[in-house]
Design a protein. Structure first.
Length: 488
């Protein structure tokens, strides 16, 4: 096998956590992979994962909730043509690996496969986009509570109208190891931290909410007092803007969106439509349109998993391929799709390093890393094409709730810029679109943790689908971003 990892210490840590305690080594991994190739299988891999995460929530000056969990296991996948068999186990052992491998190889017809698995091991370089920190160990429990208390005091000191502050701290330490039938052994250590802050302000009986926060692939030392002060300022200012805001007039209007949360529109409307599995099945609006104009001139959209320390960045994807910067739309012309190994092979396109798994218990799918639009050539300010109209500029906020219930609201940084032109609107007071504030829950990423799993492997197997049709989503495995788990 060929090691691929940012540095030798990463692979050493992965071995110590995921292989050595269970009596496994590279020879036994090759044995499990080789057993699947007694049938006609095109590709196979093993995905080991160890994850521990925690969450702390402060409300009314008191830490009211705290959580801690450890999850580990292995997923075994075999691919034959466009069919995939998958089994997983939260028991890491040689017998569990061989049992899962025996189940997944049934996807191929009996008889020796044409592809030989590699048996040699050679070193190979990798990315180092973030340090292999263990954020949970970077502060003790007392220091974590004090961090939340500091940000609460900062928010309350911003304005006397602040009546409630809710703060959350979350951290994750994720170690993954991938062994592939083509001889690649890949490992990565992925730290992730986040601080969430929500404030409620009150004036003349009206209450409004504002929120802020941030994080990345760091340890808790990232949250300096200056950064916490910035979060407090943003949250309070957002809430105060809402106090003065009125319902926007109905009907179409021209708006100008700045960088920041407006990017969620690009993510949802464009990014998901450029994921390879949807385009292979013909269910995307962009299917079969490479080389065509799909956006205005000057619009360039990229997916870049190589930005240092960013939440969406990875040293490697969940198939062991290095992440990269992929141009999806260039000057309005569609150039390509986001791909994992299987979809790239079936579509005869290059792998882009975008295979993502929710956990070891789920199949990889081609999904986004950091997807964004590059800056244009226009100076900030009024666009002459807008004529005499006065645009609303601001940020977007997602309402909490399930994905299919989420709505997007536009927040002007100073309310409506042209409110003096609108006059008084009927229905002053609380708008029906506003809802009662909810406690800020720290969320690390798009992965959702499920209930405890049985200790033995389970088999998932699926066949090819007719293009243009989708399977009904399984509610038990629905992602918060609207994706589905199952066979691609």
């Amino acid at each position: 096998m060929t090691p691929f990892e940012p540095n030798l210490s990463t692979l050493a840590v992965a071995r110590e956590l995921l292989l050595t305690p269970f009596g496994l080594d590279e020879a036994k991994l090759l044995k499990a992979l080789g057993s699947m190739f007694t049938h006609k299988v095109d590709y196979a891999d093993l995905y080991f994962q160890f994850t521990k995460n925690e969450g702390w929530s402060l409300e009314e000056g008191i830490v009211k909730t705290g959580s801690f969990s450890i999850d580990q296991g292995v997923g075994v996948r075999a691919i034959s043509g466009d069919k995939t068999a998958f089994a997983y186990s939260d028991e890491i052992s040689e017998s569990a690996l061989l049992d899962a491998a025996a189940a997944t190889r049934t996807i191929g017809r009996a008889g020796a496969g044409k592809i030989k698995i590699a048996g040699a091991m050679q070193q190979q370089g990798g990315r180092a986009l973030y340090l292999p920190h263990d954020p949970l160990a970077s502060l003790d429990a007392t220091a974590k509570v004090k961090l939340l208390e500091r940000v609460e005091k900062m928010a309350r000191a911003k304005d006397p109208r602040v009546v409630q502050v809710m703060a959350g701290l979350a951290g994750e330490y994720d170690v993954v190891l991938v062994a592939r039938s083509d001889g690649v052994l890949a490992a990565d250590i992925r730290p992730l931290v986040r601080v969430s802050l929500t404030v409620i302000v009150e004036q003349n009986g009206r209450r409004e909410m504002g929120s802020s926060g941030g994080g990345g692939r760091f340890d808790y030392a990232y949250f300096s007092d200056a950064l916490l002060e910035q979060y407090a300022t943003e949250a309070v200012n957002s809430a105060l803007v809402n106090l003065d805001a009125r319902p926007a007039p109905a009907g179409p209007m021209t708006i100008v969106l700045g960088p920041g949360w407006p990017g969620i529109l690009l993510h949802e409307a464009i990014g998901h439509g450029l994921e390879g599995d949807f385009n292979r099945k013909g269910s995307s609006a962009f299917s079969g349109r490479i080389g065509e104009r799909v956006a205005a001139k000057g619009v360039t959209v990229v997916d870049d998993g190589t930005l240092p320390d960013r939440r969406g960045s990875l040293n490697m994807d969940d198939e062991g391929n290095p992440t990269q910067c992929t141009t999806l739309i260039e000057d309005g012309i569609l150039k390509g799709y986001i791909q994992d190994t299987m979809n790239a092979r079936l579509m005869k396109m290059p792998v882009t390093g975008n295979a993502r798994r929710e956990s070891f218990a789920h199949l990889p799918m081609p999904r986004m890393t950091n997807t964004y639009m590059l800056a244009g050539d226009k100076e900030p300010g009024r666009d002459p094409r807008l004529g005499e109209e006065r645009p609303v500029r601001g940020q977007l906020r997602r309402r909490p709730g399930r994905h299919h219930q989420r709505q997007v609201r536009l927040l002007g940084q100073r309310g409506l810029y042209d409110r003096e032109r609108q006059g008084d609107l009927p229905g002053q007071g609380r708008h029906p679109d506003r809802q009662r504030p909810r406690r800020a829950q720290p969320r690390l990423d798009d992965r959702q943790r499920h209930a405890p799993r049985p200790r033995r492997w389970r088999l998932r197997q699926g066949g090819p689908e007719r293009a243009g049709r989708r399977r009904p989503a399984d509610p038990a495995h629905r992602r918060r971003d609207g994706g589905r788990h199952g066979i691609s």
